[in-house]
Ligand binder design. Structure first.
Ligand SMILES: [Zn+2]
Length: 244
């Protein structure tokens, strides 16, 4: 699955004249490379945004949405925004349709460790100096038919509700007051410090950071389309609030 995906990614990048940069390699029985794609790379962007997909290897809509975005999205509309994509954050897990990394770690919970290793270190190092405005991790909840978000904010931020409004065109929202034991408000789990990639980015000073959860029970094509639309919304937001 991994090799086929990387071949598609390579083809899409070459069509759009983008460089598929290798950012590191992990090993378990064989080598797996991690990649980064930078779109609209220029010296003084109005804002920088990072989309990270597939840290949980079995949540495949994120990587496929990243691929679709590269194939089809009209990113010339956002010339001032530096777009960084980590399309396959856990290649070993993706290849085996499972959560764990090559080190057997439950992959999204170790980004706030004092010392990072393996995939976590490669991913973090790939974006730590980017002065991001927005970090977006594309996840899925395999057992769900509803959509929800883990978001980080200082005060109430409208953008997260705008994202829920887009998601609602595709799926019902998870409106329970508790989601997996965490307090939730209308589909948002706010400032849950769970040592995830999005938590780490927020702690590092990225003002907008979130993990979105598309429902794994919904058809894959629908999840991909929802994600590409949400990525566009995030970029529109960055274009509006980025520095003048
Ligand atoms: Zn996940």
């Amino acid at each position: 699955m991994y090799d086929e995906f990387v071949a598609l990614l390579r083809k899409a990048c070459s069509k759009r004249k983008l460089r598929l940069r290798k950012i590191g390699t992990v090993h378990n029985k064989r080598d797996y490379h991690l990649y980064k794609i930078v779109i609209n790379s220029r010296k003084n962007p109005k804002a920088s945004v990072c989309f990270s997909a597939g840290i949980h290897g079995e949540e495949i809509a994120g990587p496929y949405a990243a691929l679709r975005f590269i194939e089809k999205f009209d990113f010339r509309k956002f010339k001032n925004i530096k777009i960084i994509i980590l399309p396959i954050a856990n290649p070993y897990g993706f290849d085996r349709t499972m959560r764990e990394t090559t080190k057997g770690l439950q992959s999204n919970g170790h980004f706030c460790n004092k010392r990072l290793n393996g995939e976590h270190k490669i991913l973090y190092n790939a974006i730590k100096d980017e002065r991001l405005l927005f970090f977006h991790a594309l996840h899925e909840d395999s057992d769900e038919h509803r959509f929800y978000i883990y978001n980080f904010e200082n005060g109430e931020e409208k953008i997260y509700n705008d994202i829920l409004a887009v998601a609602r065109k595709y799926f019902p929202l998870e409106m329970h007051k508790r989601i997996y034991g965490s307090k939730a408000e209308h589909g948002l789990i706010i400032n849950e410090h769970d040592s995830s990639f999005e938590d780490r980015m927020y702690r590092d000073g990225v003002p907008y950071s979130m993990c979105t959860e598309t429902p794994g029970i919904a058809p894959l094509e629908k999840r991909i389309r929802a994600y590409v639309e949400i990525m566009g919304l995030v970029l529109g937001f960055a274009a509006k609030v980025g520095k003048k």
